[in-house]
Design a protein around this ligand. Structure first.
Ligand SMILES: Cc1cc2nc3c(=O)[nH]c(=O)nc-3n(C[C@H](O)[C@H](O)[C@H](O)COP(=O)(O)OP(=O)(O)OC[C@H]3O[C@@H](n4cnc5c(N)ncnc54)[C@H](O)[C@@H]3O)c2cc1C
Length: 351
């Protein structure tokens, strides 16, 4: 199948790209390996809620319908993304898994577990959820208890009455700890002191800080960073409640894992389970045949396209691909910029 643009990934980033591609009148498809709409939101643990109100979590064009009280649950985002896809008649093909991307005359060939697609441009929006990051610690394989990543976490029931280590200093760790600590004894390990946002501040502030940064960068001002980063912990109700119960105390990271616990070299903390809330990496395996130029471990980008490869764009991976681009409200800005770049250069066929 020949198209102007193939978008890989049908989560919020892929849909935002689809919105602008549709508006630009380009011929495109979105390829997504899930059986249903919703991207990674459909795989989050059931209790996960947004850390900002619905009206502050919108994709371009159509706002997320309000949620009746508090911040919406992940299932509300899934419903929104499903309806969004339908409203803008976005051509999402699923389940289609992209296996590899290759350069061909005039563009790229995208090999999948079904059809083969050829396109002048590729927008890569595969997210990070499918590539959980597990750090490596001595003794990890000897541990006799259960180890799981946040991506495998569902409900706290399996930990009832146990002693559980939660590793990581971000929002996933704080939220999972808040929940697990209602049924189990928890020990929280972080490599630096966790940074909590003030109680009266929610995810909106993080987005505002990121937007200020985007504006500063766009106008050529020096990047001044900000007081809050997207790694700062938002005091959502369960996390506040955990603090009130006195369980929100982090301890320094252990140095090794033993058969029945973790150690800092002096003492051993016995554990039945370890939950690794240690983040994710971009899901880019299908791009390996392209041997993209990397600086250190990161693929070199100019704006949001791969350096020396202006028709291969990356979307939605966080600051690497634009301030707040991993959020619902922030991804539209980078999606618009990406599609504008393609249209302005006239590289894709618009006949
Ligand atoms: C605990 C937690 C709380 C969060 N809270 C918020 C919040 O309150 N507000 C907010 O805005 N954001 C929040 N986020 C961030 C947000 O959920 C993610 O950044 C966002 O879902 C990423 O969207 P995406 O479209 O880039 O990726 P995804 O949603 O992961 O979509 C990518 C899609 O591509 C598919 N895919 C991957 N590889 C392939 C392939 N080779 N071929 C075909 N398809 C493929 C994936 O299966 C998936 O369907 C939170 C994240 C977490 C973990």
């Amino acid at each position: 199948m020949n198209v102007d643009v193939v978008v890989i990934g049908g989560g919020q980033a892929g849909l935002a790209a689809g919105y602008y591609l549709r508006r630009a009148g380009l011929d495109f498809v979105v390829l997504d390996d899930q059986t249903h709409p919703g991207g990674s939101w459909q795989n989050y643990w059931p209790s996960l809620h947004l850390f900002s109100p619905a009206e502050h979590s919108r994709l371009p064009g159509w706002p997320m319908p309000p949620w009746h009280s508090g911040f919406p649950p992940a299932s509300h985002v899934v419903d929104y993304l499903r309806a969004y896809e339908k409203k803008y008649e976005l051509p999402v093909h699923r389940p289609v898994r992209v296996q590899s991307v290759h350069r061909v005359e005039g563009g790229y060939r995208v090999d999948t577990d079904g059809a083969v697609y050829v396109a002048a441009a590729v927008i890569n929006a595969t997210g990070t959820w499918s590539r959980p990051f597990w750090p490596s610690y001595p003794g990890m394989r000897e541990f006799r208890g259960k180890q799981l990543h946040a991506t495998d976490y569902d409900t706290p029931d399996m930990f009832a009455g146990k002693r559980v280590g939660i590793v990581g200093g971000g929002n996933s760790a704080a939220q999972i700890l808040a929940e697990v600590s209602t049924v189990a004894e928890t020990l929280w390990f972080t490599s630096r002191e966790p940074r909590f946002l003030p109680d009266d501040v929610d995810g909106r502030v993080l987005f505002d800080v990121a937007s200020d940064r985007a504006r500063a960068l766009a106008s050529g001002d020096a990047d001044t960073g900000g007081v809050a980063g997207l790694g700062d912990i938002v005091m959502v109700p369960p996390v506040k409640e955990a603090r009130n119960r006195g369980v929100l105390h982090a301890r320094p990271m252990f140095t090794a894992i033993t058969a029945d616990g973790v150690t800092d070299g002096d003492t051993i903390d016995k554990l039945d389970a370890i939950v690794w809330c240690t983040g994710f990496r971009p899901a880019l395996r299908h791009l390996q045949p392209l041997h993209l130029h990397a600086e250190g471990s990161v693929i070199a980008l100019d704006d949001n396209h791969v350096r020396d490869e202006p028709n291969l764009l990356f979307l939605g991976y966080g600051d690497w691909t634009g301030p707040a681009s991993a959020t619902l409200i922030g991804v539209g800005r980078t999606a618009r910029a990406a599609v504008n770049t393609l249209v302005r250069r006239g590289k894709v066929d618009q006949s």
